[in-house]
Write a protein that binds this ligand. Structure first.
Ligand code: ASP
Length: 314
């Protein structure tokens, strides 16, 4: 329920659950139904926070924690396996009001990597911590730890075994990375992204989801952005920052900026993926050049909508 003082104020929330090719797998229809429900539940829960006056930074962390806890997505529980059959998780978060940011890479026992990223933002003089140092910092600051086996699901184990059989490395095209962008009633933007990375990725490989400016960016001067797709390309394209820069310096609207970055910049580098963005007026943009992007949005004046295929929603 909306709090009285906040009634009529502008807020907006968009989330994604990854972009990909949508390979046929057994039970695809049932899985799609589950994914739609999960996205809808996350939107409802986090929208409740935003409409009650919560900060955008709280909202994006909340949404991403919920998505990490779902085994359906490639982040937290349900993450993909690296070439050694182990988990290395990446996440980042950025506050558009202060431009403060936190990022972590290569986590193996932190239940919610986005919480570790938030701890880096709040309690560390640094922006980006990786590997054992990141893990030790998160543990010291009270992040919940789990055994690596917690992250495992049958579906991701099967994808890993299939990749091994076909001798494929760093298999792209599997949906699942998660992200959230929000505008709060105080006029502040924030973005967060979390991932298990790419199936069968090299040990130590870090993708765009942990890189501020590539997978995640937020500034009250422009917009908040969270990306998903082939991380190497998104890093080279500085994709998230490019969307914000186009809005800030070229006066493009957020929808046109998002389209341009995905369909021109990322595509010209041979990259596949997508992004979600929200500007300072609460306008939501989705862009992707893959067959699917799991996504959804809700704002103060538009009902919750969830989509998977290109035509599902604009
Ligand atoms: N961008 C993520 C990475 O490269 C993967 C994804 O979004 O599917 O780690």
């Amino acid at each position: 329920m909306t709090m009285r003082a906040e009634r009529g104020r502008v807020w907006a929330l968009a989330i994604h659950g990854g972009a990909g090719a949508g390979r046929q797998e057994d039970g695809a229809e049932a899985l799609e139904r589950e994914i739609r429900h999960a996205l809808a539940d996350v939107l409802d829960a986090t929208a409740h926070l935003l409409s009650s006056g919560a900060a955008a930074l709280e909202a994006v962390e909340d949404a991403v924690v919920r998505l990490e806890d779902s085994p359906l997505f490639n982040a937290g529980k349900g993450s993909v396996l690296n070439e050694r059959g182990e988990f290395e998780l990446d996440a980042s978060i950025m506050d558009g009001r202060t431009l403060r940011a936190g990022a972590v890479a290569g986590l193996t026992t932190v239940k919610n990597p986005v919480r570790a990223a938030r701890l880096v933002l709040e309690r560390s003089p640094h922006v980006f911590l990786a590997g054992p140092g990141a893990e030790a910092f998160a543990a010291r600051e009270g992040a919940e730890l789990v055994e690596p086996a917690y992250f495992e699901t049958e579906r991701r184990r099967a994808a890993f075994e299939a990749a091994k059989r076909n001798a494929q490395r760093a298999l792209p095209g599997d949906t699942g990375t998660v992200g959230a962008v929000a505008l709060d009633v105080h006029g502040n933007l924030a973005a967060a992204t979390s991932t298990g990375g790419l199936t069968s990725k090299a040990v130590g490989r870090v993708g765009d989801s942990a890189v501020i400016g590539a997978g995640t960016f937020a500034s009250n001067a422009s917009c908040a952005v969270s990306c998903t797709g082939h991380g190497e390309t998104f890093i080279r394209a500085t994709a998230a920052r490019d969307v914000a820069a186009l809005v800030e310096y070229s006066n493009l609207d957020v929808e046109a900026a998002a389209r341009r970055v995905i369909h021109e910049r990322v595509a010209s580098l041979g990259g596949e993926g997508g992004l979600i963005a929200i500007d300072t007026r609460g306008r939501v943009a989705f862009a992707f050049n893959t067959a699917l992007m799991l996504r959804g949005a809700v704002t103060h004046d538009s009902p919750r909508r969830v989509g998977i295929r290109i035509d599902d929603l604009r």
